[in-house]
Design a protein around this ligand. Structure first.
Ligand code: ATP
Length: 623
C-alpha cells in the first residue's frame, strides 16, 4: 500500500537482493547474440565493405588530381567519377542491409530478454513479491530492458563500425603518406581529449533524468491505482501527492534542459573539430607540397580521410560511458534471472483424496520470529476444519504452507501422506482452491474472470457455477449479464458479490482441497446468508481449511483448531471442546453471552475472560 516513505523495499527476501557489485559478465552478454550469428556475419560483412568502399572518394580524388587531370585524360576522369558514384551506391546499400539486420538481431535479443525475464518472474516464489516493491519489478521488465535496447540495437554495431572505419582510414593514410599520417594521428588525441568529460557529464545527467522519471512513475502507479486513490482521497492527501509530483516534474524539467545543453556543447565541439582538423592538415600538407615532398592529390585525399578519422573517433568518445552503464543494466537484468526460482518437486499429483496433515511444523518468515511452532494436525478427507484464533496467530500462514507458498524450516506438511515438497507445485496447486477475503479480479468481463479457473469451461458450466455460488440472479439482473466488465480489480462489484464470484471461480476449478478465508468485514444479513450458503455448497465433499470468523461455521466444523502465537492450543469438535471446558469453551461462552446483544451482524471483539493473554478472538455470531 501507499506510504509517505517509499524508498527502499523490504529486503528480507532471503538475501536475494539484486546488487550492482558483480563484475560485468561479458560472456553472458555475448551468449545473447549467439543465436543470431548468421545475421551478425552479414552485418560484419556490410561494415567491412562499407569501410573499404568508403575510402573510395579520398583515394579517387587523389587519382583524379594526380593522374587523370595531371595527364589531361578525360576518359580516366570519367572512370574515376563513375567508380566514386558506384562506391557511394554500394555503401548506401550496405547501410540499409546493416540497418535491417541490426534491427533483427537487436529486437530479437530484446524479445528473448523480455520473455526470459517475465517467465522467470512468474516462477518466483510468493516471498519475492511480498518483499519487493511492485514498481521495482515493473521497472526491471520495462525500463531496464528498454535501456539495454539502444546498446544491442545501436551502440555495439556503431562501436564496431567506427572502429573499422578508423582502422581503414589509418591504413589508407599510412599507405599514401606516412609523414602526413603522423601529423593527423598526433592531432587526433588533442581533438578528442576535450570531448571525454562531455561523455561522462552526459551520462550523469541522463541518469538523473531517468531517476526522476522512475520516481514519478512510482507515484502514478501507486497513488493512481484504485486502492491508492481511495487512500489518497480518504486521507485528503491529494494536494500532498500533487505537490510531490509537481516537485519531481520541475526537477525533471531542469534535468532535461541540462541534458539538452550537454548535447549542444557536444555538437559544438564536434563541429569545431571538423573545421580545425583539416585546417591543420592543410597547413602541414601545404608545406610538404611546397617542399615538393607530396602531390596536391595527397593533401586533398588526406583532408577527405580526416573526416573518416575524427568523426568516428568523436562518436566513440561517448560510447564508452554508454556501454559501461548499459552493461550495468545488463547485470541488473541478469541478477533477476539468477534469483532462485520457486522450488518444485517432480511427483505429479494426479488425484487427491485430500487428507492434510502437519507433522512437527516450524516456520518463520523472518529469522527469530517464529510464525508457527511445533504444529501437528490431521484433517481427514472431506472434513471441514475451522481455524480460529486471534489476529496474527498464524492461521493464514498455516494455509500458505499447504499450497506451498512457503516451506517450513522443519517438519513437514503432507497431502495423502506425501510431503508437499515432493509434488510438482503446479499439479499440487491444481488440486487446491483458495478463496481469500480480498478477492482479486482482472479488469475484464465476469465470464472471463470465471473462465480464469478453467479455460475449457463451457458457458453452461460457468452458469452452473454462478448459480451454485448464488450469483446468477445478480448477474442476470445486470444489463450486460456475463459480459459486464468488473472494473479495476473488480471494484464495480460489492464485497459480497466479489466473494461469491470467487466462490463460483473455485467451483469451476473443482479442487479436492479448499482454503477459505471468511470475510471479517460486515455484510448485510441477506448477503451474508447468500455467501454462507455458497460456502456450504462449495465445501461439500472437499477437505476444507476455513479461517473461520462466523460462529455458524465454527459450530458445524468437523474439527476446530484453536491457533494462538503460532501454536495449536486446542483442537476437537465444538461439543467436545465445550465439554473440555478449556480456552475454547471460555471463548465460546463469552461469545454466546454477547451473542444475545441486539446487533447480531456487527463484528465484535470477544475477549476470553480467563484464556491465554493473547486469546482475543474475532468472532461473529451465527447469522
Ligand atoms: P489474521 O486473522 O489477522 O489474518 P492470521 O492468524 O492469519 O491473522 P498470519 O497472517 O498467519 O496471521 O500471520 C502470522 C504472523 O506472521 C504475524 O505475526 C504476521 O505479522 C507474520 N507475517 C505474515 N506474513 C508475513 C510475511 N510475508 N513476512 C513476514 N511476516 C509475516
Amino acid at each position: 500500500m501507499m506510504m509517505i516513505k517509499r524508498q527502499g523495499d523490504d529486503e528480507r527476501f532471503s538475501g536475494q537482493k539484486p546488487k550492482l557489485t558483480r563484475p560485468v559478465d561479458a560472456r553472458r552478454i555475448a551468449k545473447l547474440f549467439l543465436p543470431y550469428w548468421r545475421q551478425e556475419l552479414v552485418i560484419l560483412s556490410c561494415i567491412l565493405a562499407a569501410a573499404v568502399l568508403g575510402l573510395a572518394p579520398a583515394v579517387l580524388s587523389k587519382h583524379i588530381l594526380d593522374v587523370s587531370l595531371a595527364h589531361r585524360n578525360p576518359q580516366g576522369l570519367a572512370t574515376d567519377v563513375a567508380l566514386m558514384i558506384g562506391a557511394a551506391l554500394v555503401v548506401a546499400l550496405c547501410g540499409v542491409a546493416q540497418g535491417f539486420f541490426n534491427s533483427v538481431v537487436g529486437q530479437g535479443i530484446m524479445r528473448d530478454l523480455r520473455i526470459g525475464l517475465v517467465s522467470h518472474l512468474f516462477a518466483m516464489p510468493i516471498s519475492f513479491f511480498t518483499s519487493t516493491k511492485t514498481g521495482k519489478i515493473m521497472n526491471r521488465v520495462t525500463s531496464d530492458v528498454d535501456n539495454v535496447e539502444s546498446v544491442v540495437t545501436v551502440t555495439l554495431s556503431s562501436v564496431l563500425t567506427n572502429a573499422v572505419i578508423i582502422v581503414s582510414a589509418v591504413v589508407a593514410m599510412l599507405a599514401i603518406s606516412w609523414k602526413l599520417a603522423l601529423v593527423a594521428l598526433v592531432v587526433l588525441p588533442l581533438m578528442v581529449a576535450p570531448l571525454l568529460p562531455v561523455g561522462k557529464r552526459m551520462y550523469t545527467v541522463k541518469k538523473a533524468t531517468r531517476e526522476k522519471r522512475d520516481e514519478m512513475q512510482g507515484i502514478t502507479q501507486e497513488a493512481l491505482s484504485i486502492s491508492g486513490i481511495t487512500l489518497v482521497k480518504s486521507f485528503v492527501r491529494a494536494a500532498f501527492e500533487g505537490e510531490r509530483y509537481a516537485r519531481l516534474a520541475g526537477d525533471l524539467m531542469k534535468a532535461e534542459i541540462s541534458l539538452a545543453m550537454v548535447g549542444r556543447w557536444f555538437m559544438g565541439l564536434i563541429n569545431a573539430m571538423v573545421t580545425v582538423g583539416p585546417a591543420i592538415v592543410w597547413l602541414a600538407g601545404g608545406f610538404l607540397f611546397l617542399r615538393g615532398e607530396i602531390s596536391i592529390g595527397t593533401v586533398v585525399a588526406f583532408v577527405a580521410l580526416l573526416a573518416r578519422l575524427y568523426g568516428p573517433a568523436s562518436q566513440l568518445v561517448g560510447v564508452q560511458v554508454q556501454v559501461v552503464s548499459a552493461l550495468a543494466v545488463f547485470e541488473r537484468i541478469f541478477e533477476y534471472l539468477d534469483l532462485v526460482r520457486e522450488p518444485s518437486g517432480s511427483r505429479r499429483m494426479t488425484a487427491a483424496t485430500g487428507a492434510v496433515a502437519f507433522d512437527n511444523v516450524n516456520f518463520s518468515y523472518v529469522p527469530e520470529r517464529p510464525a508457527l511452532r511445533d504444529v501437528n494436525l490431521t484433517i481427514e478427507p472431506g472434513q471441514v476444519a475451522a481455524l480460529v484464533g486471534p489476529s496474527g496467530a498464524g492461521k493464514t500462514t498455516l494455509t500458505h504452507l499447504v499450497s506451498r507458498f512457503y516451506d517450513p524450516q522443519s517438519g513437514r506438511v503432507t497431502i495423502d501422506g506425501v510431503d508437499v515438497r515432493e509434488f510438482d507445485v503446479e499439479s499440487l496447486r491444481s488440486h487446491i482452491g483458495i478463496v481469500t477475503q480480498e478477492t482479486y479480479l482482472f479488469h475484464d468481463t465476469i465470464e472471463a474472470n470465471l473462465r480464469y479457473a478453467r479455460d475449457g469451461a463451457s458457458h453452461a458450466e460457468i452458469e452452473a457455477a454462478a448459480r451454485a455460488a448464488n450469483l446468477l440472479t445478480f448477474i442476470e439482473s445486470l444489463p450486460d449479464g456475463f459480459a459486464t466488465v468488473v472494473g479495476e480489480r473488480g471494484h464495480k462489484l460489492s464485497g459480497g458479490e466479489r466473494q461469491r464470484l470467487a466462490i463460483a471461480r473455485v467451483l469451476l476449478k473443482n479442487p479436492q482441497i479448499l482454503i477459505l478465508d471468511e470475510a471479517t468485514s460486515s455484510l448485510d444479513s441477506e448477503n451474508e446468508a447468500l455467501i454462507q450458503a455458497a460456502f456450504e455448497k462449495v465445501m461439500r465433499g472437499r477437505t476444507s481449511l476455513v479461517i473461520a470468523h462466523r460462529l455458524s461455521t465454527i459450530v458445524s466444523a468437523d474439527v476446530i483448531f484453536v491457533v494462538d502465537g503460532g501454536r495449536i492450543v486446542e483442537s476437537g469438535k465444538h461439543a467436545d471442546l465445550l465439554a473440555r471446558d478449556g480456552a475454547y469453551a471460555q471463548l465460546y461462552r463469552t461469545q454466546f453471552e454477547r451473542g444475545t446483544s441486539p446487533a447480531p451482524e456487527r463484528e465484535r471483539e470477544v475477549v476470553a475472560a480467563n484464556g491465554p493473554p493473547m486469546m482475543k478472538m474475532k468472532m461473529r455470531p451465527a447469522g
